[in-house]
Design a protein around this ligand. Structure first.
Ligand SMILES: NC(=O)c1ccc[n+]([C@@H]2O[C@H](COP(=O)([O-])OP(=O)(O)OC[C@H]3O[C@@H](n4cnc5c(N)ncnc54)[C@H](O)[C@@H]3O)[C@@H](O)[C@H]2O)c1
Length: 262
């Protein structure tokens, strides 16, 4: 008799983690590797990708580190080609590039175009380009696949802190999750997203370093704390494995109950 937990295993699968050098991306890459996946970690530079790859490789996981700008189509094609060359196939694509909100806070009525474009490039263009390249490979191979993006509670909740571009960008990620799920179901590809509230990472360290801001955030989260990267890994394994075979187009809030209160 098989173990019920076997459906969460990823032995033999290959996962490409765009933004795998980042705080959340590296945690997700390590988690997928820990349940059997071979992992391609993609980040802006070879050095950044390799820095995240080294400890995962040391834990016994086969890891390929690739430096690339995933806002560029040719770069995304190169990344997919390198992954296929090394591992032979591609089964899972994770989008963990993004963020930037805390660096460009402006009142909505004067939100500047250059900041808007930068947030869109970082969050939406990166997700679009890299997902398209991986999806083309999955469709061509004909074996289905799993796509997981990181949206945010900000896709559905406003915040009185100059976040116009970020909330719009994360709204786009959530909408694309539903759209891609609809279009690519016929290829056996599921597309889902996780939507965290604040996760304690370097990106948001400055915001969370303001005691009044942090108290305001934590005060609205029923479980009484912000997230950690380890809060995201169980859901990522679920969405990237056979455990979620009949789940697509879903956006799971990982937010300590924040959205339940709205
Ligand atoms: N940290 C949070 O509180 C939080 C909350 C909700 C959602 N998110 C989302 O989670 C995702 C990851 O956030 P994080 O905190 O790990 O950020 P991070 O900055 O630590 O990681 C992002 C990674 O993407 C890489 N990157 C940026 N542009 C790239 C490009 N063009 N090509 C290749 N790589 C590129 C960066 O070098 C970095 O390593 C983002 O989409 C963010 O919006 C974060």
């Amino acid at each position: 008799m098989g173990d019920e937990l076997d459906v969460f295993r990823l032995d033999g699968r290959v996962a490409l983690v765009a933004g795998g050098g980042g705080a959340i991306g590296s945690a997700l890459a390590a988690a997928l590797g820990s349940v059997g996946a071979r992992v391609a970690i993609v980040d802006q530079t070879d050095e950044r990708a390799e820095a995240a790859a080294a400890p995962i490789r040391a834990a016994g996981v086969q890891v390929l580190a690739i430096g690339a700008d995933v806002t560029q189509e040719a770069e995304c094609d190169r990344v997919v080609a390198a992954t296929l060359e090394r591992f032979g196939h591609l089964d899972i694509h994770v989008n963990a590039v993004g963020g930037g909100a805390g660096k460009v806070l402006f009142d909505a009525e004067v939100y500047p175009r250059d900041a808007w474009d930068w947030i869109y490039e970082l969050n939406v263009r990166s997700t679009l380009c890299s997902t398209q390249a991986s999806a083309r490979a999955m469709i061509a191979a004909g074996h289905g696949g799993r796509i997981l993006s990181i949206s945010s509670v900000r896709a559905s909740l406003g915040i009185n802190a100059g976040y116009s571009a970020y909330v719009a960008a994360k709204g786009a990620i959530s909408s694309l999750t539903r759209q891609w799920a609809t279009e690519w179901a016929k290829h056996g590809i599921t597309v889902n997203a996780i939507a965290p509230t604040f996760v304690d990472t370097p990106q948001v360290a400055m915001l969370l370093g303001d005691p009044a801001f942090k108290a305001g955030i934590v005060g609205r989260i029923p479980l009484g704390r912000v997230g950690g990267t380890s809060d995201l890994t169980g859901a990522a394994i679920f969405f990237c494995s056979d455990a979620s075979s009949f789940v697509t187009g879903q956006i799971l809030g990982i937010d300590g109950g924040l959205t339940a209160t709205q």
